[in-house]
Design a protein around this ligand. Structure first.
Ligand SMILES: *[C@@H]1O[C@H](CO)[C@@H](O)[C@H](O)[C@H]1NC(C)=O
Ligand SMILES: *[C@@H]1O[C@H](CO)[C@@H](O)[C@H](O)[C@H]1NC(C)=O
Ligand SMILES: *[C@@H]1O[C@H](CO)[C@@H](O)[C@H](O)[C@H]1NC(C)=O
Ligand SMILES: *[C@@H]1O[C@H](CO)[C@@H](O)[C@H](O)[C@H]1NC(C)=O
Ligand SMILES: *[C@@H]1O[C@H](CO)[C@@H](O)[C@H](O)[C@H]1NC(C)=O
Length: 749
């Protein structure tokens, strides 16, 4: 026996006797489901712009989830990253109800977190408090159901996929994906505190990499990084996950194509009457097929493209309050000069001061650039992640009545939070989306006219006016209950723990410095109460906009200036101090292994009193002599005879309102490629390069869908065509009918 063999055998024996550190420390599952809501005529959540109604899809919205359990019967947590403006109390309540029907007590308010990405380009109407559903004309069941179902399904998938696996964590700095949009407010924070940080925004990205214990292949990755979902502007009408959603799409597609080297699954939809007449060299000889029924009666027919790898990549929001993705800064749209520093206005007009993304003036390009920066940083952290998470899974959750939390301040003083209220700086909006009522950020006075308007709705109590100082109360939302509560009073806070990772679920948007104070205080509490279980290397992550939404949380110093974030800090100057105090109680109970005794008052379920003013579409028919799915305008072939990379072929189809069926996990739009004698799905409406727009012809009731494809550099040369899918009801009581149509073929070379 050669010595090397001997050593090898000995080595093998040693491994057998003493296996390497376990690579399956937890049970892990991931899931993902389409949450795209109504793509026509529904107000978008975020900018509160009455004119900003959906009119198509840039790419789809999703709920992406992971579950981590210590063992099959042991403690577990479920975390959902939701492509939406924010979490919603009512969504959370209904998701938990559905989970309890399926799984009993396994998933509940304590161990489930639902965190919004803060895209401002998703359909609204899924929130229960009045302030958040004014511009959507109240509650919109279709928006709501799409979101609740997607979250539920993402958790169900993750649960069904639970398998032994390991988790690696990695962190790194990304310094060109966010700027502070209220730098003058940041300067109110103490100089010695500011001096401890290189920037006025947080640049840290934290990534979790989930690895299957058997195959050693990654099944998913979640990152947290703070930057607003406002790369798409307040004039955009296309549903979009904004920079976070796009980063997720890029990451998942990268993993699918590069790491697993598998292609994206393309199941052909067979259409019986579709005769393919192949003239590769004379592509235009393949004529448009015209509108025709699909012969299928469910939206299942449209599930054409599944991303085969099953890999879930999610980009989660953090302490995003004052962080804008419009990194070129804010400028006056009349003069091109920088805006007034303290008020973000241009000679007194807040509407002229608008932030610019790196792709300015192209918002889609800005979205892509900010997404790519996050995606590339995530890839870097993903491929170099080494630190393994081990140790306990744990969680704590309480509801707090923020109306009057008693807060102990430094120097033995006490103070109280207030009923919710908004100041004039809220109405001013931000440089990402200015308001419309003539207010400026930093305004602390309200003129007689607006006082009259305010008092006609609800005069704030003297207690409230005093409590909120130095904010002037423009809307005393915490004292407004007609027709139902305008703002939340009860909000949840939650801590989730995976070994040395501690996730703080916050129900709003902490500013940069607020987030730092919260993280550091909690870290200190964990370290000082533990026997080494937590130390300086413990990772603390803030999960923003989680479980419910209560707007902003500025520091007391920032609150002095009353810019947008401070004017939207609902519960008064001591809001942040109250959060820090209450989170520290949860942190202490985690370290000391104590259960929570007082779980706090549960939030109300206001589903039965919601006002719903938006009508459903009904009774549609195409123009006389035309079928839905017929071409309104076929692809116009360029003089050269074919399209090049970067060109934008467009096809327009007669099409009813897309709200009849959201085609969840399906598509309204396809670009198909001719392969042999089959049309193979190549791009769908979840792809960044393919845009589905829906509109109504001026002065008529006939809708049409425009499919626009910007031929990507990665597209293969060949013969392509557009395919459109839709559905309609002839009358309110008719059953739903599905149709499809295809454009003429065209070549890309
Ligand atoms: C990926 O697959 C293609 C086609 O099967 C092959 O040519 C290529 O070498 C593969 N790449 C890697 C990195 O495995
Ligand atoms: C902004 O306001 C601060 C105090 O609130 C003041 O010191 C500073 O001069 C102002 N800056 C500008 C550019 O107006
Ligand atoms: C929250 O606190 C306020 C003030 O103490 C009280 O009026 C209100 O009833 C409380 N709400 C709940 C649900 O406990
Ligand atoms: C703790 O970590 C921070 C940042 O990671 C570092 O600046 C500090 O020096 C560390 N403190 C100790 C006691 O190791
Ligand atoms: C619709 O028609 C009105 C009046 O003819 C015209 O002013 C407007 O620009 C048209 N809008 C579109 C989108 O074509």
């Amino acid at each position: 026996m050669y010595p090397t063999h001997f050593i090898f055998l000995l080595f093998s024996l040693l491994i057998y006797a003493f296996p390497p550190p376990s690579t399956a420390d937890y049970l892990i599952g991931v899931g993902s489901y389409d949450s795209t809501g109504p793509a026509a005529g529904v107000n978008m959540m975020g900018y509160a712009n009455l004119q900003q109604n959906t009119a198509g899809i840039h790419f789809r919205l999703r709920a992406r989830a992971f579950i981590v359990a210590e063992s099959s019967g042991g403690p577990r947590i479920a975390f959902v990253n939701l492509d939406a403006g924010m979490a919603s109390q009512l969504v959370t309540i209904k998701v938990l109800e559905r989970l309890s029907k399926r799984f009993g007590k396994l998933y509940n308010e304590d161990n489930v977190a639902i965190s919004g990405t803060h895209t401002h380009a998703g359909p609204g109407g899924y929130m229960q408090y009045v302030v958040y559903s004014v511009t959507s004309l109240g509650f919109i069941p279709q928006s709501f159901d799409a979101i609740v179902t997607a979250i539920e399904m993402s958790i169900v998938q993750a649960h069904q996929n639970l398998k032994p696996g390991s988790i690696a964590i990695n962190t790194g700095d990304l310094d060109n994906a966010g700027v502070n949009r209220s730098p003058s407010a940041y300067l109110f924070n103490p100089p010695d505190e500011r001096a401890r940080y290189p920037r006025n925004v947080d640049t840290l990205m934290t990534l979790l990499k989930f690895v299957d214990g058997t195959s050693q292949r990654s099944i998913g990755a979640f990152t947290w990084f703070a930057t607003h979902g406002t790369s798409m502007s307040k004039d955009n009408t296309l549903i979009s996950g904004d920079n976070k959603g796009a980063a997720a799409r890029f990451f998942e597609d990268w993993f699918t194509s590069t790491v697993t080297n598998s292609t994206i699954d393309s199941d052909l939809i067979e259409i019986e009457t579709d005769e393919i007449n192949v003239f590769i060299n004379r592509a235009t000889a393949i004529k448009a097929t015209g509108g025709q029924p699909c012969g299928k009666t469910t939206s299942q027919a449209f599930k054409v493209r599944k991303r085969k790898s099953g890999f879930v990549g999610a980009f989660c929001q953090s302490n995003v309050g004052d962080v804008s993705p419009n990194v070129l800064g804010a400028f006056c749209s009349d003069s091109g000069l920088p805006c007034d520093f303290n008020h973000s206005s241009c000679h007194g007009d807040e509407q002229l001061c608008v932030g610019r993304g790196p792709g300015y003036p192209d918002e889609i390009k800005s979205t892509k650039i900010i997404a790519e920066r996050q995606f590339l940083k995530a890839v870097e952290l993903f491929t170099s992640a080494k630190e393994q998470l081990t140790g306990k899974i744990d969680y704590r959750h309480v509801y707090l009545n923020f109306t009057d939390i008693k807060v102990s301040l430094a120097g033995g003083k006490t103070a109280s939070t207030c009923p919710a209220a908004l100041g004039p700086g809220f109405a001013a909006g931000t440089t990402d989306g200015p308001g419309a009522f003539g207010f400026q950020q930093g305004d602390q006075k309200i003129n007689e006219f607006w006082k009259l308007v305010r008092d006609s709705i609800k005069k704030p109590s003297d207690y409230q006016i005093d409590c909120q100082k130095p904010k002037s109360v423009l809307l005393s939302t915490g004292e407004m209950f007609i027709p139902y509560a305008w703002a939340p009073a009860i909000v949840p806070i939650q801590i989730l723990r995976i070994g040395k990772l501690v996730i703080l679920s916050v129900p709003g948007e902490f500013t940069t410095m607020s987030g730092r104070r919260l993280r550091e205080s909690v870290k200190q509490t964990l370290i000082s109460n533990s026997n080494g279980e937590f130390d300086n290397d413990t990772h603390i992550v803030i999960a923003g906009l989680t479980n419910t939404y209560s707007q902003y949380i500025a520091t007391p110093e920032e609150y002095e200036q009353q810019r947008y974030e401070a004017a939207s800090t609902l519960y008064g100057p001591h809001t942040l101090s109250a959060y820090i105090q209450e989170f520290n109680k949860l942190a202490e109970s985690i370290v000391r292994g104590r259960k929570i005794i007082t779980k706090g008052p549960p939030p109300p379920d206001l589903s039965s009193v919601q006002i719903k003013l938006l009508l459903d579409p009904s009774g549609e028919s195409p123009p006389p002599g035309i079928n839905f799915g017929d071409m309104k305008r076929d692809v116009s072939i360029p003089k050269s005879g074919s399209f090049s990379k970067g060109d934008k072929p467009i096809a327009v189809f007669w099409s009813p309102n897309p709200r009849y069926d959201l085609l969840s996990e399906g598509t309204y739009a396809l670009v198909e490629m001719l392969q042999e004698k089959r049309w193979v799905a190549s791009y769908d409406d979840d792809d960044f390069s393919l845009i589905f727009k829906w509109n109504v012809d001026n002065g008529s009731s006939n809708g049409f869908a425009s499919l626009e494809w910007e031929v990507p550099d990665t597209a293969s040369n060949g013969v392509y065509r557009f395919r459109h899918f839709g559905s309609f009801k002839r009358t309110i009581v008719s059953t739903i009918e599905y149709f499809t149509g295809a454009s003429s073929a065209f070549t890309v070379s």
